[in-house]
Structure formats: structure tokens, C-alpha cells
Design a protein around this ligand. Structure first.
Ligand code: CTP
Ligand code: MN
Length: 586
């Protein structure tokens, strides 16, 4: 590709005329060059705005926030459409450094993910996307060059090209989205970017002292558990070193652990977690071994490394969200991975509200089951939700022939496992291992379950069959997952049926969640309240204490409104609590 015409702007007088001109455009390509990746510790160097005739390159080192204000309304308005590749990155710099909200976005990165429909092999950087959709090659050599000094001709040409390419890319990708019926879901995704920009900049508060204290307690316990295991296991193994002392065994070595257990008369094939769990009730030493594994794993995954992720400028954690983290559209986060933080109170209480604030912790109640009820129109399932019944309790009562008040907590958990097991497309064998029952028991449970919820059975069967016949699944928003599985291979067919049942349900849950995030983000404008955490079906809002009760209502209402856009029949409920930390009130 040849160089693209550009105009470099470094004086404030040019900005108002530029703003007027841009306001008349229907589509603008937006890109930035920055001195690094972290918006808090790096600087915004260039803002490239592409219109068909040329690329305007603004040197932000020579212009103040105030100089650039005339552009703010254009960048945040629904029109002109702003085309960007991974707009979240540029948006974070624009918001943090210039106070501008990037919205009205067409994101070619998210568009590429949607068009790939779950393909694991496609790459989604600007270079591969340009190659795939425009059949052009893009030279990214200057990307990581030093953007903080005097700009070279090569750097300016690179900046211009990166901005200019977005316009033809938009034209082509819009057509592809349209042809693939993906425009509606693309709209949901694009609308969610501005809230996610704020979510990442907001970050989440961690009580560092409490976290350190928790780690100390765990380390102390680990030392005790370790010596207890060494005494019991190395003594049993009777491996002595040259000096006649028992040789310590390596607790991380499965073969050494297995041999040592064998010396104690505990024979196992391997030391996988589930095997150990089965033995633990009869052999306390196995329980201790599991505890050791649990502690050392947690200490290495969620230990001091989390403290290293604290941003030196804000003192908070700023997880990176992947908006389309899975083929069903679920969001995931990393550094740290919030969805993997252990659910125990010990951990979650460290994610506390800073002084003067409270947290509103809100999650949908049984959202996938409600989606299933809405899709299948199963009368028993809808009836349960209409009555405001506790679904898992109801299921337990139906399965075990008990009255509602006879159901124990354990039976309720069991029924929950069954409810989710079946929508995750598990067969009798999978269910048996999930519920720790025999396959025969699981089979009869499934039969009873489907007798109680006949239209659920039919809906799941049809979804499975559709996956086999069409090789893909969609949500009502159009979110698409093309299964790269061979229906003629029995094992792959089983997997196909499994994802076929689950994809529309989980995909709809993602659609709902993203609409809710957008609605809530809009509702919180101007309030001392912000979304600080979003995982799966749960939102956490940090709110100034005096307005917590008011915002609690707002959170519940907007989450229900988000769901109502996709569900026509079933009632939706949200569990909301005001808390001092990331804990459910229950
Ligand atoms: N989940 C699951 N399997 C389980 C339990 C939970 O897959 N045995 C997943 C589901 O995606 C569920 C989410 O975890 O939506 C949240 O779990 P939880 O709140 O325990 O599920 P609910 O159905 O809301 O149960 P409860 O009424 O007890 O809150
Ligand atoms: Mn729940």
C-alpha cells in the first residue's frame, strides 16, 4: 500500500474548523498512537481521524485538553460513526487524558470476532483483519516504535495508513455483518464498549492489608500441612539419605505421592483431584493432601502476584476485559481474572468498598433457567417462576417426590446441579460424575426430570438436532457460533449436541448482560456511582454511601430491563444487596 495523504495538526486554532468539518462526515476512522499500553502510565501522542479525502493527525503533545474540546461531542455522539479497531484501547486514552467519551462506535476488532463465529484459528489484530477482509497487507513495523520523541516520516505515514484503512474496512465488514445477520448483535457489542472503557478505568478496590493478612494465614497453614504430610508420607516411604535421615518427598510429584500412599496401604491409579476426593472421607491423610494442594495452588494463582497487579497510580486493580471472551459472547477478564477469584468469603471480603462508599452486588437469579423456560414455554417451569418459587427447591421436590419444605439444602444443591447439568447438555454419564451418583441413577433422574418438564426436553432435543443438521447455533440477537465439529464422528456429534443445547441459552445470557451494562452505565451518569466488576451474570457497583439505597433500585431495575428486551414471557429477578465487600448478603 502506498502512503496515504495526511495533515498534521499541532496548533489550537485549527481545531474548531476541523470539528465543523468532521461533524458533517457520516463515518470517521479513529486511531491513536500512545507511548505505552497502560493509559495511566503512558501518554497519548497522536489522535488520527480519517475521512475519505485525508487523515487528520493531531499531535496531542502540542495541544491541551481544552484545545481539543470542540472534538468531544463528535467523538461521543451516535453520529458520525467512529470506526476503530479495538476501540476500548483508544477510548481509555481519550477518556483518561482528554476527558472524552468515545461512543457511537463500529469496532472492526469485535466485528471480526463476531464474523468468525467462534473459530479458534482466526486472528483478530488489525493486520490479519485487513488481510482477510480487504486482501491487503499492512506493515505494523512502527507500532512499537518510540512515539514520545520527534516523529519520523515513517511514523507519520504509518499513523495515517492505520487510520485510513478503517474506512474501507468498515464498508466491507458492514456488508459482511449484514449478510450474516449479525448487525443486531454487533450493535449490542458496540454499545457495550463505552461502559467497558469506564469499567476498566474505574478498576476495583482491594483491601491490601486484609489480602496480605489472608496470605499470611494461608502460608502458616501450608507450612503446618507440609510438615504433617512429610512426617506421614516420607516416614512411610522409608527413603533414607546418606545420613540415615528420611528423604523428604516431593509433594508436587504425583508418582512420589502415589508411592508414599501405597506404603500406607492406600492404592490409587493416579493423584487426580476427583480420585483423592473419593478417598478423603476414609483416609484423613488424603484430606490433608488435598488441603495442601488447594493452599499451594491458591497461593500461587491468587497470592502476592495479585498485589503486583495493583496500578501504582490508582492503587487499584484494573482487570482487562475481553468483551467477547468465549464463542457464546461471555465476558472474561484477566490480570486478574476476576471470574476465577475463589468464591469464599475469605477472598471476596478483600474486594471491599473504599471509605465512604458501599458496594452493590447484583446478580441475575437463575437467568439461564429463565431463558430456557422462556424459549421452551414449558408450563411447569414457567409456572414455577410465575409463582415466584425457588426453582432448584421445586426441582428437588419434583425429583425426590417431596414437599417443598422437606427439601434439604443438599438436595437443593443436587437439583441445581441437575438443572444446570442438563442445559449444559450433559448426558447420563456426565451427570453421574457431576452428581457423584451411578449412571443408572442419573439415567432415571433424567427420565423423571424430562417427564416433569416435557417441553424443556423437546426444546433441548430440537436444539441438539439443529446443531447436528445446521452445524451452528444462534441467539435471537443473531449471535452466531459455527461449530467446527464433524456430525459423522460419534464423539464429535455428542459434543455438537452438547454445545447446541447450551449455546443459545448462554449466548442469550450474554446478550442480556451486555444490554444491562449499557443501560446501567447510562443510568449512573452524573452520580457518584460506577460499575467496578462484571462477570458472567453479576455486576458490582461502587456507590457513595448516602445514595446506596437509591442506586440499588436503579441497578435492579436496569438489569431487569436488559433482560426484558430478550425474554417475553418469563418473570426476571435480580438478587441485589448493599454490602461492605464483594459478598452476597445471603
Ligand atoms: N452454575 C452452574 N452449575 C451449578 C451452579 C451454578 O453451572 N451447579 C452457574 C450457572 O451459570 C449459574 C451461575 O453459576 O447461573 C450462578 O450460580 P448460582 O447463583 O449458584 O445459581 P442460581 O441458579 O442463581 O442459584 P441460587 O438460587 O442458589 O442463587
Ligand atoms: Mn444465584
Amino acid at each position: 500500500m502506498g502512503p496515504h495523504p495526511f495533515r498534521l495538526i499541532s496548533s489550537a486554532e485549527e481545531i474548531p474548523a476541523l470539528a465543523e468539518r468532521l461533524a458533517r462526515a457520516s463515518v470517521i476512522g479513529v486511531d491513536t498512537e500512545t507511548t505505552g499500553l497502560d493509559p495511566f502510565q503512558s501518554r497519548l501522542r497522536l489522535l488520527q481521524l480519517a475521512v475519505p479525502e485525508e487523515v487528520i493527525i493531531i499531535d496531542c503533545f502540542h495541544l491541551t485538553r481544552e484545545d481539543l474540546q470542540p472534538l468531544a461531542a463528535i467523538l461521543s455522539a451516535p453520529r458520525p460513526i467512529k470506526v476503530a479497531h479495538n476501540a476500548k484501547f483508544d477510548g481509555k486514552f481519550l477518556l483518561y487524558h482528554l476527558g472524552m467519551n468515545l461512543d457511537g462506535i463500529f469496532d472492526t476488532y469485535l466485528a471480526s470476532l463476531l464474523l468468525s463465529a467462534g473459530s479458534e484459528s482466526d486472528r483478530h489484530g488489525l493486520e490479519p483483519v485487513v488481510a482477510r477482509y480487504l486482501n491487503r497487507s499492512l506493515d505494523k513495523q512502527e507500532q512499537r516504535s518510540d512515539w514520545s520523541g520527534t516523529l519520523s516520516a515513517a511514523q507519520l505515514a504509518y499513523a495515517a495508513t492505520d487510520g485510513a484503512i478503517l474506512l474501507p474496512l468498515y464498508d466491507v465488514m458492514w456488508e459482511w455483518l449484514d449478510k450474516a445477520d449479525l448487525l443486531v448483535v454487533a450493535g449490542i457489542e458496540f454499545d457495550c464498549i463505552a461502559p467497558v472503557i469506564r469499567l476498566e478505568l474505574n478498576g476495583v478496590h482491594l483491601d491490601v492489608e486484609r489480602w496480605r493478612g489472608m496470605l499470611d494465614v494461608m502460608r502458616t497453614e501450608l507450612v503446618g500441612v507440609e510438615s504433617e504430610l512429610q512426617v506421614a508420607l516420607s516416614g512411610a516411604a522409608r527413603q533414607f539419605n546418606l545420613f540415615g535421615d528420611p528423604e523428604p518427598i516431593n509433594l508436587d510429584s504425583p508418582s512420589q505421592v502415589r508411592d508414599a500412599l501405597a506404603h500406607l496401604g492406600i492404592e490409587i491409579e493416579d493423584t487426580r483431584e476427583w480420585r483423592l476426593q473419593r478417598l478423603a472421607p476414609d483416609h484423613p491423610i488424603v484430606g490433608t493432601l488435598l488441603r495442601h494442594r488447594h493452599l499451594s495452588r491458591n497461593l500461587s494463582t491468587f497470592g502476592d502476584n495479585i498485589l503486583e497487579m495493583l496500578n501504582p497510580l490508582t492503587g487499584r486493580l484494573h482487570p482487562e476485559y475481553r468483551q467477547i471472551g468465549t464463542p457464546t459472547g461471555r465476558m472474561t477478564s484477566s490480570s486478574p481474572s476476576l471470574q476465577q477469584i475463589p468464591h469464599s468469603e475469605q477472598y471476596r471480603s478483600c474486594f471491599s468498598a473504599p471509605a465512604g462508599y458501599q458496594l452493590i452486588v447484583a446478580d441475575y437469579s437463575q437467568i439461564e433457567m429463565r431463558i430456557l423456560a422462556d424459549f421452551s414455554r414449558d408450563e411447569a417451569l414457567l409456572g414455577a417462576f410465575d409463582r415466584g418459587a425457588d426453582l432448584h427447591r421445586q426441582t428437588a421436590a419434583d425429583m425426590f417426590g417431596l414437599s417443598l419444605d422437606q427439601v434439604t439444602q443438599r438436595q437443593r444443591e443436587y437439583a441445581k446441579g441437575l438443572n444446570y447439568g442438563l442445559i449444559y447438555g450433559m448426558g447420563a454419564e456426565g451427570l453421574a460424575s457431576r452428581l457423584e451418583s451411578s449412571v443408572a441413577e442419573a439415567t432415571s433422574l433424567i427420565e423423571r426430570y424430562f417427564a416433569a418438564y416435557p417441553r424443556v426436553a423437546r426444546w433441548l432435543e430440537e436444539a441438539a438436532q439443529r446443531a447436528v443438521d445446521d452445524g451452528k447455533a444462534r441467539t435471537s440477537s443473531g449471535r452466531l457460533w459455527i461449530f467446527r465439529l464433524d456430525p459423522l464422528d460419534p464423539q464429535q456429534q455428542a459434543a455438537l449436541r452438547r454445545v447446541g443445547k447450551n449455546a443459545p441459552v448462554q449466548g442469550t445470557a450474554s446478550d442480556i448482560f451486555k444490554r444491562a451494562i449499557r443501560l446501567l452505565d447510562e443510568a449512573l451518569v452524573g452520580m457518584d456511582a460506577r460499575i467496578v466488576n462484571a462477570i458472567h451474570d453479576e455486576l458490582v457497583v461502587e456507590v457513595a454511601a448516602p445514595i446506596a439505597a437509591e442506586v440499588e433500585q436503579l441497578v435492579a431495575r436496569t438489569m431487569i430491563d436488559g433482560a426484558r428486551e430478550f425474554l417475553t414471557r418469563v418473570p426476571v429477578e435480580v438478587d441485589v444487596v448493599i454490602a461492605d465487600a464483594w459478598l452476597k448478603g445471603k
